[in-house]
Ligand binder design. Sequence first.
Ligand code: DOR
Ligand code: ZN
Length: 351
Amino acid sequence: MTHQLTLRTPDDWHLHLRDGAMLRAVLPYSAAHFARAIIMPNLVPPVVTGADAVAYRDRILSARPAGSDFTPLMTLYLTEETDAGDVAAAHASGLITAVKLYPAGATTNSASGVADFSRVQDVLERMAEIGLPLCVHGEVTDSDIDIFDREAVFIDRVLDPLRTRVPGLKVVMEHITTSQGVDYVKAHDKDLAATITTHHLVINRNHILAGGIRPHYYCLPVAKREEHRLALRAAATSGDARFFLGTDSAPHTDPAKLQPCGCAGCFTAPNTMAILAHVFNEDGALEWLESFTSLNGPAFYGLPPNEGTITLLKEAQDMLMPTHIKTEDGPVTIFDPGFTPGWHVSDVSFG
Ligand code: DOR
Ligand code: ZN
């Protein structure tokens, strides 16, 4: 039997596009299915100032496939030296949609992140005044905190005090991985939301570690126990407007992943929509897929939903999916959900 599903064209509220050859190789996959994406600023060097964001936005625009109207929603990387005036000007001119907080050392290219939060208080206060959201990588970095506890500890020690110190600041908890993350968001009606990745809806920590180590499932925050994956699934498929899609699609070449100290990141841009259709169908929640991929994010960011549509088909015959893409830097493996989604994107329009 064939099932057909048509949704408003989705957006990706957390995406790594990289730069140079990698940008040119991966951007077409996001631009094929998504109208807009929040672009992560963790380049080397990071996108810190408005001038950096203009230059990076222009490189993204010129890497778009011919005819694509894909809109990069730019972010600035918050450092202890960030100037509140520069941030406010970048927001006022429409250049940036959010500011990204990486606790120093939390993940890929986060060395310039924040260690002393008192040094960013003025920037955060200005953001609250002008309604500019803060996207948060929510993990503490202390070596004495177990890596599987770093999100839950961050909520108690860093995030909740920060939100108390800066009332009215709009915060997106990026790529939540725990039931504590889900519960924290649900406990607050205003100014708080969370993105959930495709891969965290599919894998738990056993997928990474049981029966052999699988580097392509290693990302940050690392996948947790099954009970947490189920909490994420329930949140994503519930229709609750505080949860929306941020793929955290984070391409690294195979040689960069398959080494003694491999990079964190799952590359999900090509098959996210197919996997999500499978996941929501499996949970009897296809009616909420559009909220998760296309409505809740724009509502939180105060943007209109896209005018176009995306159509997904589920065919009786499984489609063979590619396992990797080629780039000038080397192959990048596409996230393997461990099942054949059955669904595929048959048509997209961008309004
Ligand atoms: O897995 C991840 N990869 N998590 C992050 O926070 C960063 C990202 C990357 O840039 O590779
Ligand atoms: Zn990310």
